[in-house]
Design a protein around this ligand. Structure first.
Ligand SMILES: [Zn+2]
Length: 62
């Protein structure tokens, strides 16, 4: 299993709902795209997390 979960946390402690991506490269592409959309200041304060997907029924949007 090489799928990855991508989430980010804001300084307030709020964590994004997350995405389940096919692999780390896909997760990094989405991270880059999200940072572009949010703008530089938003990107700078986000803490990103890429973790292993636990399995087929993880319940995270794909
Ligand atoms: Zn998953």
């Amino acid at each position: 299993m090489t799928r990855k979960h991508l989430t980010y946390t804001e300084p307030s402690g709020w964590t994004s709902s997350g995405h389940c991506l096919e692999d780390r490269a896909a997760a990094e592409r989405l991270r880059a795209a999200t940072n572009l959309l949010g703008g530089r200041s938003a990107a700078a304060r986000r803490t990103w997390s890429i973790t292993e997907c636990p399995g087929d029924d993880c319940g995270v949007q794909r």
